[in-house]
Ligand binder design. Sequence first.
Ligand code: CU
Length: 262
Amino acid sequence: MMQRSRRRRLALGVTVTVAFAALLAGCSNNNGQNSLDPAGEDAQKIMDLFTPIFWIAVVVGVGVFAAVVFTLIKYRERTGDESPKQVHGSTPLEIGWTIAPAVILAAIAVPTILLIFDIAERPSGDDVLKVEVTGKQWWWQYEYPEQAMVPTQAVVTANELHIPVDTEVELALHACDAGFSEGECNVIHSFWVPELAGKEDVIPGRENYLTISANRTGTFLGQCAEYCGLSHANMRLRVIVHEKGRVRGLGREPTGPRPAVG
Ligand SMILES: [Cu+2]
């Protein structure tokens, strides 16, 4: 008998330790893709919405668990108890737990919807950098049409998006498989650099827009966030944020005549 309870306690201890280890592993923030460490305007707005919603969820969660634990302890069966009186519902309670969640959800929905419209707005102005992004299997192509030194040849990079600091960058997102011609692309990707902006799907036959910006220089990592085939996990992305003026033609007015071509 003694042995059995010791074994039970040991099993409980192991379970709790493993559960805590798994929980703590989720707190790792060294993968360079931490949406809780925003470095861009829209990422900051998303964080500012997330924080109060997180604390509302914490209050609701703790309240529910506390009520369950309180009820389990206070109303547990004791020897000699008779069966409790059987009841069928309580109108005030039912009205209460219908209205309270509705109010909480409405309070969360209003700022969420406002933010969705806010960050979906396309930026305007001369200093907005425009980049054409094409999601392929399994890499990202970035094209800078306005930075072309030769009018018909845009600057093109693969997997590395170079942008100037403190500048709004509008990404026009397309999807295409390298093996297909334009219009025949058939794989959906999703563009996500958690520290700079929200997530935007990259859909064949559509042009979606995403505004990103960075308030500090450095390298920011991202990942295709929509399963797109066997090498989906390798479809990473990297945004390199430079001081203004360090990238020729990016984030500043051209200072001299373009070099002659030919
Ligand atoms: Cu992909």
